[in-house]
Design a protein around this ligand. Sequence first.
Ligand SMILES: [Zn+2]
Length: 231
Amino acid sequence: MSLVGQLYKLQQLDLELQRKQQELNEVENRLSDNRALMAAESRLASQKEQLEETRKKQKSAEWELEDLQEKVKQINSKLYSGKTMNPKELVNLEKEGEGLKSQLRLKEDALLGLMSQVEEVEAEVKTIAAEVERLKREWEQRQETLRPEKSEVETVLAKLSGERNGLVQQIDSEVLNTYEQLKLTRGQAVVKVERGRCLGCHITVPTSQWQKARAGDLIQCNNCSRILYLE
Ligand SMILES: [Zn+2]
């Protein structure tokens, strides 16, 4: 293979390496992307916290209700025991009893509200827990498919790198420098000549130049400096 042929091959290897590296990055990104699962898990945690809170509120509402019921009971027994005979005292007891009863009704309403709130949050927790499970399974499946895909790409990358190293050892270091510089500044270092034109800049290449290039000499385009390649 001529020197320019080697450089052209090197360029093809570099392009392939770049593509495979990009592929590897994408696979790695997909492998590590668990944002959906994390978000669902944190939603689940906060809903569970809310459920805990609401259950606590329900419990204390139940206790308060029991206290009130107990108080009402005590007043009723005083009222109907026949021991309290003072009319003024009886009126006061009745008033107190009425007040407690209306408190009782309010408490009962509040408790019913809390009970249905608990039910709602329980349902919500159940839904999100199912979602978390689904996302976990999806994540595991994705890991299973992507891991072999990743190692496949890594194998190809290693093979290409080996090939590149072997090729680079056969090329003069000064020529390699020129190649690397052009790659940096021009993107593509080696370009074909077609119908007498440099495919890098589309300017006509003098006949003597492309003939030398075809013979395998290292010729750079007068206009864009890219290395000219003719098969
Ligand atoms: Zn050119």
